[in-house]
Ligand binder design. Structure first.
Ligand code: ADP
Ligand code: ADP
Ligand code: ZN
Length: 215
């Protein structure tokens, strides 16, 4: 099973992908996470991507499709994949078709998380993650059960993304509207898109997604 989670910044893609990984043994391929790792490691890709990401603009299609291809090559054929934050342009959607076909994989579902734009800024400015294991949290909507301690790994260090500020969020939302939302009709034409209310509680959103995957 290979699925795409689609939605604007802050829609809950990463949160839901982590939950599906935990419950279904699928693998999450997040281009945002992979690019942040490249920036941190100072690789050639990271050096190219850093300023673009800080501005909230999109990294080139060649770079992101390249890292997705490499990541797919590292997986066993039977491992299901959750694409989180990829594809984000029509060119990336085309590349993904080719990357999957070359590896004998097919796309089973595109799940669109529908959210109010007004909620996104609050979601993003309140977002933080565990510095050790990457578990996602929120100042208001998902605090660790014990303050200052990660529920999953019991780490005590947390971090916030440099691009999670209101100004950059506006640019990222504009990029989503202009370049990413227009790829939905490609998948609608194949009848593989399901829409989920992303404003529901985190667990309810997971239930709705699971129901689609079990259909
Ligand atoms: P995305 O990967 O789509 O950018 P995230 O999964 O990182 O979004 O979610 C953004 C922030 O909103 C995180 O801090 C997360 O804890 C929180 N969040 C995610 N889903 C929900 C939800 N259904 N209700 C409230 N807060 C949520
Ligand atoms: P969010 O969780 O807010 O949706 P991501 O973590 O997916 O954000 O992406 C962070 C940034 O990384 C984007 O603003 C963009 O600069 C870059 N990026 C991530 N995925 C892609 C992609 N598929 N195509 C181009 N740029 C990307
Ligand atoms: Zn942790």
């Amino acid at each position: 099973m290979n699925i795409i989670l689609l939605g604007p910044p802050g829609a809950g893609k990463g949160t839901q992908a982590q939950r599906l990984v935990g419950e279904r043994g699928m693998v999450q391929l997040s281009t945002g996470d992979m690019l942040r790792a490249a920036v941190k490691a100072g690789t050639p890709i990271g050096l190219k991507a850093k300023a673009v990401m800080e501005a909230g603009e999109l990294v080139s299609d060649e770079i992101v499709s390249g890292i997705i291809g490499e990541a797919l090559d590292g997986l066993q054929a039977e491992t299901g994949v959750i694409f989180d934050g990829y594809p984000r342009t029509a060119a990336q959607a085309e590349s993904l078709d080719a990357l999957l076909a070359d590896r004998g994989r097919a796309l089973d579902h595109v799940i669109e998380l529908e959210v109010d734009e007004d909620a996104l800024v609050e979601r993003i400015t309140g977002r933080f993650t565990c510095a050790t294991c990457g578990e996602g949290y929120h100042d208001r909507f998902k605090q660790p059960a014990t303050a200052g301690e990660c529920d999953k790994c019991h780490g005590h260090e947390f971090k916030r993304r440099p691009d999670d500020n209101e100004e950059t969020v506006r640019t990222r939302m504009a990029e989503y509207r202009a370049k990413t939302a227009p790829i939905l009709p490609i998948y609608d034409a194949r009848d593989i898109v399901s829409r989920v209310d992303g404003m529901a509680d985190i667990a309810e959103v997971t239930d709705a997604i699971e129901a689609i995957l079990d259909r």
